[in-house]
Design a protein around this ligand. Structure first.
Ligand code: NAD
Length: 360
């Protein structure tokens, strides 16, 4: 297969971790007979330094022409970086908001997987963490409370603020279809999370998800109220496979799910539109505090590249090989500083990338 990939190394540790993900992808291409066409674009602070804006029209056009985008991370230290003296629409994060909009990304996927080798970092009790967990939060990204009408008024000297939570059935249907498709590539289970005992938007959500489910008789669907889900994530995370939910609930639950893994440098993510196109990036930021020192953990970015193989290119065997390489390297005791523990062997970002590539 020929893969046309645009890379956004970005700022901080971004270039270091993307280089290692590319090293692993190159090894996959050699081993399984694929061809990678790759080009870099600038975004965030790196683009501000060269072009004066966080994302150029030309960079957007190049991203749109690719099959997928692999990103490091963007942004700097808000207290010391000159990028944050600029007006908000010129700051690094504005580039990220624009590219998500231009690429029409509406589905955000964040896996939370507990590696038994890293279970010591999991904040849950051992009797819970020993069961392990392997879930994926599918969050709607472009609707709901964050994009509804809002205003603040003053009536008779009393300030009043209103936000609105709106979804139409098409917005719900397209993300539900993604969730069922993704579940088919995993353990075939979808838990749809809502607040249908209170909210009209959740009742519509539930009914549209039930309609979509009819086309997926092989996928098991259940519904859960969001407050219960927040509890179940810390009480019995092993029960979940794909959690499907709206924007704000997903924002909160995906952070909770990441925290229970305990290791920020291990968390991948993907954002998809209604084609096979996706933007793949680690869940963490640009870590300016450790940039340029070859100590960042590249695994979240490597696992994001594995998601790209699986969801954009349907190369499940190759994605499995990358995920297996991560498990193997951890089992052998290799660790970057952020996940280091007694008795393990400390390596830098580049060496970790080499070890992973060697195990493909
Ligand atoms: P961060 O995730 O960059 O860092 C938080 C802590 O985790 C730091 O101590 C950092 O050293 C550590 N860390 C993060 N990733 C690591 C890795 N791969 N290996 C080892 N340690 C790692 O969050 P922050 O400090 O709040 O933000 C820094 C910058 O990143 C800000 O400009 C922020 O806006 C930006 N940011 C960007 C994105 C994105 O591009 N999608 C997401 C989040 C934050």
């Amino acid at each position: 297969m020929r893969m046309n990939i645009v890379c956004i190394p970005g700022d901080g540790i971004g270039p270091e971790i993307v280089a290692q993900a590319n090293r692993v992808l190159d090894r996959v291409a050699v081993k399984y007979g694929h061809e990678i066409e790759r080009r870099d674009i600038l975004m965030g602070g790196a683009s501000i330094d060269v072009h004066g804006v966080p994302l150029t029209d030309e960079a957007v056009a190049q991203a749109k022409a690719a099959d997928a985008v692999l990103m490091g991370s963007i942004g700097g230290d808000a207290n010391t970086s000159p990028w944050y003296q600029l007006p908000p629409e010129k700051r690094p994060e504005a580039g990220l908001l624009r590219i998500r909009k231009e690429l029409k990304l509406f589905a955000n996927l964040r896996p939370a997987y507990l590696y038994q080798e890293l279970a010591g970092a999991c904040p849950l009790k051992e009797e819970i963490s020993s069961a392990g967990f392997d879930m994926l939060i599918m969050r709607e990204l472009t609707g709901g409370l964050y994009f509804g009408e809002r205003h603040t008024t003053v009536e008779n000297g009393v300030r009043r603020a209103v936000d609105t939570l709106t979804y139409d059935e098409n917005e719900i249907r397209r993300i539900a279809v993604k969730a069922f498709d993704v579940a088919r590539k995993r353990r075939g289970k979808v838990t749809s999370v809502d607040k249908a005992n209170v909210l009209d938007s959740s009742r519509l959500w539930r009914s549209v998800v039930n309609e979509v489910a009819k086309a997926y008789p092989d996928v098991e669907l259940s519904h859960m109220l969001v407050d219960n889900c927040a509890m179940q994530l810390v009480k019995d995370p092993a029960q979940f496979d794909v959690i499907l939910t709206e924007n704000m609930f997903g924002d909160i639950l995906s952070d909770e799910a990441s925290m229970v893994t305990g290791s920020i440098g291990m968390l991948s993510s993907a954002s998809l539109n209604d084609t096979k196109f996706g933007l793949y990036e680690p869940s963490h930021g640009s870590a300016p505090d450790i940039a340029g020192r070859d100590i960042a953990n590249p695994i979240a970015t490597v696992l994001s590249a594995a998601m790209m193989l699986r969801y954009t290119f349907d190369l499940d065997r190759e994605a499995d090989a990358v995920e297996q390489a991560v498990r193997q390297v951890l089992k052998e005791g290799w660790r970057t500083a952020d996940i280091m523990s007694e008795g393990c062997r400390l390596v830098g970002c580049r060496r970790m990338g080499e070890l992973l590539a060697e195990r493909i």
